[in-house]
Write a protein that binds this ligand. Structure first.
Ligand code: UDP
Ligand code: MG
Length: 310
C-alpha cells in the first residue's frame, strides 16, 4: 500500500477505449508486481464512457471512476483524478493509449530511485497532418517563449510523487495548466522520452478552435508576456510619435503644414489599432481575474464508482 501507484486517466467520449485501456494497464502493472489503482475521470462524456467505467469497476476492484456533471476539460479531469488518488505516487496518462503504458514501469523505477517528478517528453509526435504540424509549431513556439517552458514536446504524461501531488492540489487557480504547473512546483525532476502512439479507436477531441483557445488560455494564465508586448508597443509608438512630432513642428515652422495630412491619417490608424488591441488584451486579463475571483470550483463531480465501502 505504501508504494501504491495511482493511474489517473482523463476520459472524454472514450467508450471504445475504457475496457481495453483498463486491461492493458492492469496487466502491465500486475506483471511488474506494482500495487496500483486506476482512476478513470469521465469528463462529462456524451457517449457510454461512464457505463463502461462502471462495468470495469464492477469487474476489477482496482478500477475507480469519477464522473463530472458536465465537460470541464482535461485539465480539470487531471486534478480530479489526483484529488481521488490514494497512492504514494500517481501517473497521468491519456485514455487512448497514445502514451505507451509500458513507459510507466520506467517512470516508476525512477520514482523508486528518489525522483519526485518524472516527465515524459515526446520524441516523435506521431501522425499529424501537415497543417496541424505547422499550427502546433507556431502555437508551441509562442507558448514556449511566453512561459519559458518547452511546450512543443511536453505532454501530460507524468509521474508525480505524493509530495508533488499534494503541492499541486493546494493550487487554487481555476485555469490551472498542469503541464506547466508540474514543473513550476519544483521538486527533484527527471525526463524520459516516448514515441506518440497512434490512436486505436475514437477521435481526437481537439478541434482547431479548441487548440487556439487552449493556447491563449495557457499563455495568459502562465505569463504576462502579452502585457509586456503592449508595454513594448507603447514605448515604440512613443519614440515614433516624438520623431513625427518633431518633423511636424519643423514643417509648421517652415510653413509647409498641410502636406502632413497623409502622415496624420497613417498615425491615426496605427495608434488606434495599437490602443484597441491593448485594451482587448487588458480586458482579457481582467476577465481572467474576474473568473478567478468568483472562486468557482474547477469541476463538479456528479457520481463516483468503485470506491471502497466506508
Ligand atoms: N480529454 C478529456 N476532456 C476533454 C478532452 C479530452 O478528458 O475535454 C481526454 C481524452 O479522453 C484523452 C486525453 O484527454 O484521454 C487526450 O485527448 P485527445 O486524445 O483527444 O488529444 P490528442 O491526443 O489528440 O492531443
Ligand atoms: Mg490522444
Amino acid at each position: 500500500m505504501d508504494k501504491m501507484l495511482s493511474v489517473v486517466i482523463p476520459s472524454y467520449n472514450e467508450q471504445e477505449m475504457i475496457q481495453k485501456t483498463a486491461a492493458v494497464i492492469h496487466t502491465i502493472l500486475t506483471h511488474a508486481a506494482i500495487d496500483h489503482e486506476l482512476i478513470f475521470v469521465d469528463d462529462g462524456s456524451k457517449d457510454n464512457t461512464w457505463q463502461e467505467i462502471e462495468a470495469a469497476a464492477a469487474a476489477n476492484s482496482v478500477v475507480h471512476g469519477v464522473h463530472f456533471s458536465r465537460n470541464f476539460g482535461k485539465e480539470a479531469a487531471i486534478f480530479a483524478g489526483l484529488q481521488a488518488a490514494r497512492g504514494a505516487c500517481a501517473v497521468v496518462i491519456d485514455c487512448d493509449l497514445q502514451h505507451p503504458p509500458e513507459k510507466m514501469l520506467e517512470m516508476y523505477a525512477l520514482w523508486e530511485q528518489g525522483y519526485e517528478v518524472v516527465e515524459a517528453i515526446k520524441s516523435d509526435r506521431g501522425k499529424e497532418s501537415a497543417l496541424h504540424k505547422a499550427f502546433a509549431t507556431v502555437f508551441y513556439g509562442i507558448i514556449s517563449v511566453a512561459t519559458k517552458i518547452n511546450m512543443r514536446d511536453a505532454s501530460d504524461f507524468k509521474l508525480l510523487d505524493r509530495k508533488a501531488i499534494d503541492a499541486l492540489l493546494t493550487i487554487k487557480e481555476k485555469n490551472s495548466f498542469f503541464r506547466a504547473l508540474s514543473s513550476w512546483i519544483g521538486f527533484k525532476c527527471v525526463q524520459i522520452t516516448f514515441d506518440v502512439q497512434e490512436r486505436t479507436a475514437g477521435v481526437s477531441k481537439w478541434s482547431f478552435w479548441s487548440l487556439v483557445k487552449y493556447a491563449v488560455t495557457n499563455i495568459t494564465s502562465f505569463s504576462d508576456f502579452p502585457m509586456k508586448i503592449i508595454t513594448a508597443l507603447g514605448m515604440v509608438s512613443f519614440v515614433i510619435s516624438v520623431v513625427m512630432g518633431a518633423i511636424a513642428l519643423i514643417g509648421k515652422i517652415s510653413g509647409r503644414a498641410l502636406e502632413g495630412f497623409t502622415t496624420v491619417i497613417i498615425l491615426q490608424i496605427l495608434f488606434s489599432s495599437i490602443i484597441i488591441t491593448s485594451i482587448g488584451i487588458i480586458g482579457y486579463y481582467l476577465g481572467k481575474i474576474y473568473d478567478e475571483i468568483k472562486g468557482r470550483p474547477k469541476y463538479i463531480v456528479s457520481k463516483t464508482c468503485g470506491k471502497d465501502e466506508e
